[in-house]
Ligand binder design. Structure first.
Ligand code: SF4
Ligand code: FES
Length: 136
């Protein structure tokens, strides 16, 4: 995770972080909790507009890993599937969901649970997909 590109949105029960360079506009967030994720508002994430558990559940559906959360209320942290689930969607993107440690170029300093990797070789952010595949 690029710390320079990471923004934090603290709430009383849960803090959300957003790494804009990783967002692939799957829109799970704005569809899931529009009262929290509103791209027309500033800040665009308002964690206190929903319960922590509901918000955590929506963040866990962010396939790119752009959204992460930390519970401030003692609630359970994200528990990824084990074994890891690998999905190749119709665009050829590789969606990973599990206990993930990425090594090599673009490696992440901390283990993560959700990533979308480039399979077509055209992403400028490899190993991550950057939606260059959208224009094909
Ligand atoms: S769910 Fe994740 S990848 Fe999709 S729009 Fe929201 S932040 Fe971006
Ligand atoms: S799979 Fe999306 S840019 Fe390569």
């Amino acid at each position: 995770m690029s710390e320079a590109n990471l923004k934090s949105y603290p709430g009383s029960d849960i803090t959300i972080t957003f790494e804009g360079g990783r967002c692939l506009h799957f829109a799970e967030c704005v569809r899931g909790l529009p009262e929290v994720f509103d791209v027309s508002a500033r800040p665009w994430i308002t964690p206190d507009n929903a319960g922590a558990a509901a918000l955590a559940a929506v963040v866990e559906r962010c396939p790119s890993g752009a959204l992460q959360y930390t519970r401030n209320d003692g609630g359970v942290d994200e528990t990824p599937p084990d074994p890891t689930v690998v999905t190749v969607n119709e665009r050829g993107q590789i969606l990973l969901h599990g206990n993930l440690t990425l090594t090599g170029p673009g490696s992440q300093p901390h283990p993560e649970h959700r990533m979308t990797l480039c399979a077509c070789g055209r992403s400028a952010k490899r190993p991550f997909c950057d939606n260059a595949c959208r224009s094909s």
